[in-house]
Design a protein around this ligand. Sequence first.
Ligand SMILES: Nc1ncnc2c1ncn2[C@@H]1O[C@H](COP(=O)(O)OP(=O)(O)OP(=O)(O)O)[C@@H](O)[C@H]1O
Ligand SMILES: [Mg+2]
Length: 218
Amino acid sequence: MITAENLAKSFGDRVLWQGLDLTVEAGQTVALVGASGSGKTTLLNCLGLLDRPSGGRILYEGADLTRLGSGGRRRFRRDRLGYLFQDYALIENATVRTNLDVARRRGARPGHAAALERVGLAGREGEVVHRLSGGERQRVALARLLVKRPSLVLADEPTGALDADNAAMVVEVLRQLGREGCAVVVATHNDGVRAACDRAFDVGTGREAAPSGPASPP
Ligand SMILES: Nc1ncnc2c1ncn2[C@@H]1O[C@H](COP(=O)(O)OP(=O)(O)OP(=O)(O)O)[C@@H](O)[C@H]1O
Ligand SMILES: [Mg+2]
């Protein structure tokens, strides 16, 4: 469903990757692995249309995303994409409810209560985000994905700042989204997160990597 084809990215003289080919099907979870600085975040940003590759194409359901104008890019992000970041990327001064509202697509039903219950935050709609703990904030970000139901989820080290229980919740919800037909791409240094994904792709080598790491929860 999303394919990076012969993708290249350079910053000045520095070549991050060339000839990178990666396809993620609907319903698959893929871990992006590789050394710090290999370009995992940059690849997520290219797939999410926050950055432009230096060469190659990104095909989404057959259409070349790299050729979209600003309106098309905005619509793709609004209608298709869900992002999950290490630092949560929530509206800090707003309530949980408002943060979930921004994920709603036009005409979509809210479903706040079910999403909050799924992430263990039932009844917390009225709380202001900056009063929540880090793990709770990431669970609000997860609930926002559950409300939005994107077809492509890009997650950048979403468990990086979390304890084991909260990290396990993040992984479980990402896997659930995958089971429901979403394509999920997760940049991670965590062996447990990697092992929980269907595949691993090494951004440093541009190849599939073994889904190694301990079988225990992250
Ligand atoms: N806007 C930019 N301008 C110049 N160089 C950049 C820019 N963004 C990223 N880089 C460089 O590209 C390289 C890859 O960065 P990126 O953040 O994608 O790596 P990463 O694999 O996500 O690393 P980490 O595992 O530490 O998160 C780094 O050397 C970084 O300094
Ligand atoms: Mg990164």
